[in-house]
Design a protein around this ligand. Structure first.
Ligand code: SAM
Length: 226
């Protein structure tokens, strides 16, 4: 349970407000994330006609990378709870666009039926969340996927091994000294086992180096679900 004022475990509404207030400047950080987002779009490799749901779409950077990769996509639903982030996503994704639908909703309760997606993507959200909330988002992603469908996630990650522990320690110091600018859990040590615990079969994991390390994981919902 988060202590009041604890920015490492912000309640979902606080996190959404944080991004909604900063929507105007959000894209300034995309240069650090571009390579990881391109890697995620490559691992996502949606087939022509695929139905895609992008959770926590923000200003639509990952959704746009996926659309660039597969122009003949069946349809993309971009979900976020922050209206000002979605306004920017609408511009980036060229809405009105017959292939794109924007949905204002909590990613833990998306108003779409079970199995509605061939591909679910989640860019730069899971590292912000406490482990229980992260589990709820992964459960919702799994629900949305058809059996055999693919999940692709990108998070703020870490270098492997000892370097990773040092990197995460630096971020803990930054989070203490700049609580106005840094929110959430901080860089994850390894996203792959977290995705596996969510009932998905991990297919690929890539660590992307840089001033802002990222990790991309792709996984499948098992076909023999019960
Ligand atoms: C760091 S941004 C990621 C944006 C985008 N996916 C990208 O990769 O550029 C995180 C987004 O998650 C959204 N968000 C956080 N918690 C949410 C929740 N519970 N339901 C819906 N959206 C949420 C925020 O509003 C914000 O737009």
């Amino acid at each position: 349970m988060a202590a009041p004022g604890d920015r490492r475990h912000p309640p979902a509404q606080t996190l959404v407000e944080y991004f909604d207030h900063r929507a105007g400047g959000y894209d300034r950080q995309l240069w650090m994330e571009r390579w990881a987002l391109a890697t995620a779009a490559r691992l996502a490799r949606p087939a022509a006609g695929a139905r895609v749901v992008d959770l926590a779409t923000g200003t639509g950077a990952l959704a746009a990378a996926i659309l660039d990769r597969q122009p003949r996509i069946g349809g993309l639903v971009a979900v976020d709870a922050a209206p000002h982030m979605l306004e920017r996503a609408a511009r980036r994704l060229g809405v009105p666009n017959p292939r794109v639908r924007l949905v204002t909703a909590d990613v833990r309760g998306v108003p779409l039926p079970d199995g509605a997606a061939d591909l679910v993507s989640v860019g730069y959200l899971l590292h912000l969340l406490s482990p229980p909330v992260r589990g709820e988002v992964l459960a919702e992603a799994r629900r949305l996927l058809r059996p055999g469908g693919r999940l692709v996630c990108v998070v703020h990650g870490s270098p492997p091994g000892r370097g990773g522990a040092a990197y995460r320690a630096v971020w803990r110091v930054l989070a203490r000294t700049r609580p106005d600018a840094i929110v959430g859990e901080g860089p994850m040590a390894d996203l792959a086992p977290v995705v596996a615990r969510g009932g998905l079969v991990v297919e690929a994991s890539r660590r992307i180096p840089g001033p802002y390390w990222s990790q991309v994981v792709s996984a499948r919902r098992p076909a023999d679900h019960r």
